[in-house]
Unconditional design. Structure first.
Length: 136
């Protein structure tokens, strides 16, 4: 299953549930996103040609991050860039999420292990502005 969190004009997040399956390859993100997310399902013996990636100048304006829930359960709250609450979704073992725009917060519902992937370099507290969800 594939879930997209949207406002009227922005894609906030994409969730790929652990039970998602499709033949071939599917890109879920628009070409202009600075973080690309795709799913591949290939049979045994399929070959991906060896390759290198060419140096291509890119400009990143906002950090987009991908989380893989290795184990556990976490609630994600989604917000607009203006900090207006949109909705919440629960992620479980095997789910993957791309946080593409807006804001987000997390509540760990069970002991959880996650892998986070995002553009670098990471600038710590200079990378984000925290806000109190109770005031939104």
């Amino acid at each position: 299953m594939l879930v997209k969190i949207k406002t009227e004009d922005k894609l906030i997040a994409i969730i790929i549930r652990a039970d998602y399956s499709k033949e071939g390859i599917e890109f879920f993100t628009p070409d202009e996103f600075s973080q690309q997310l795709a799913y591949m399902n290939r049979p045994a013996g399929y070959t991906i040609m060896p390759h290198v990636h060419n140096p291509v100048p890119r400009e990143v304006h906002f950090t987009q991050e991908v989380l893989l829930i290795r184990k556990g359960k976490v609630k994600v709250d989604f917000y607009t860039q203006e900090r207006k609450y949109l909705e919440s979704k629960v992620l479980s073992t095997g789910d993957v999420i791309l946080l593409a725009d807006g804001g987000h917060g997390f509540t760990i519902l069970e002991p959880t292990e996650m892998i986070e992937i995002k553009q670098g370099p990471y600038l710590g507290e200079h990378d984000k502005t925290k806000f109190d969800h109770d005031t939104c």
